[in-house]
Design a protein around this ligand. Structure first.
Ligand code: COA
Length: 261
């Protein structure tokens, strides 16, 4: 896809979306917001895409919203900006495919918030993650106060948000924010390896696993387990469980062909 602030490539069922304003550490401006929306339309309509990788060009994943957006902004303009960001992130989060954020450098503000809306984060050893909005006299506005809190609990989330300090990859992994850490030159290759593993799994089971975790995390245990029971049963609406079990018994790799509705 040709766009100036992002790059979208697809190969063997894996789409890679790269934030591409390296001279501004990939800061999110209006143009990039529009291009990201189009890229998401493209990805969600392309049934050949089985996994999405998000990453950044240069030394940042994304160093947040472009701070110039806020100069002279009225409360209404500020509201529109963050509401659009939320709309985008809810759509990203609801994609039926796995989304891996490969955090290659700074993931700050909106950059961190985008990574948090994916399914899991892989980070380079040198990566720095944080929500430094407080330093600008504002608060995170694209889900940071909510998604980070749900992930690490109120105490650490408030400490990170209220101080605006940056976490290195090791601390972020220890806090359960980052799933795995790699040397910078191995990050994309390792992310691709995981994406290739995921691309071989059944789309239906992946979609339901994602829904069970995401929706289940928002409700009480009984309701979450009831949701799991229903989604488990719904897996049998596709041919994949038969194929998976047969392939196991026949000692061959499964070929999953079920499609989420
Ligand atoms: N918005 C707009 N421009 C940004 C930016 C942002 N969020 N983050 C970085 N940039 C720009 C810088 O202004 C600079 O541009 P210039 O070369 O035209 O002056 C360029 O990217 C490189 O950044 P620089 O600050 O020189 O790099 P650094 O290595 O010294 O510092 C950071 C890196 C990430 C610590 C620093 O850029 C920073 O604090 N950025 C702002 C982070 C932030 O507050 N994000 C939340 C916004 S809501």
């Amino acid at each position: 896809m040709s766009a100036s602030t992002i790059l979208l490539t697809k190969s063997q069922g894996i789409a890679t979306l790269t934030f591409n304003r390296p001279e501004k550490l990939n800061a999110l401006n209006q143009e990039m917001t529009g291009e990201l929306r189009h890229a998401l339309d493209d990805i969600s309509q392309d049934a050949s895409v089985r996994v999405l990788i998000l990453t950044g060009q240069g030394r940042a994943f994304m160093a947040g919203a472009d701070v110039k957006t806020f100069l002279g902004a009225s409360p209404f303009a500020a509201r529109r900006f963050v509401q659009r960001a939320h709309d985008f992130l809810f759509r990203l989060e609801a994609l039926p495919i796995p989304v891996i954020a490969a955090v290659n450098g700074f993931a700050l503000g909106a950059g961190f918030e985008i990574a948090l809306a994916g399914d899991f984060i892989y980070a380079a050893q040198e990566a720095k993650l944080g929500l430094p909005e407080i330093t600008l006299g504002i608060i995170p506005g694209a889900g940071g106060t909510q998604r980070l809190t749900r992930l690490v609990g109120k105490s650490l989330a408030k400490e990170i948000i209220m101080t605006g300090r940056l976490l290195d990859a090791a601390e972020a992994q220890g806090a359960g924010i980052v799933a795995q850490v790699f040397p910078e030159d191995k990050l994309l290759m390792e992310t691709l390896k995981t994406a290739q593993v995921l691309a071989q799994k059944g789309r239906v089971a992946l979609h339901f696993a994602k829904q069970a975790v995401d929706r289940g995390a928002e409700v009480d245990l009984q309701s979450g387990c009831a949701l799991e029971v229903d989604l488990f049963a719904l897996c049998f609406a596709s041919p994949d469980p038969q194929e998976g079990v047969k392939a196991f018994l026949e000692k061959r790799p499964p070929v999953f062909q079920g499609e989420p509705a």
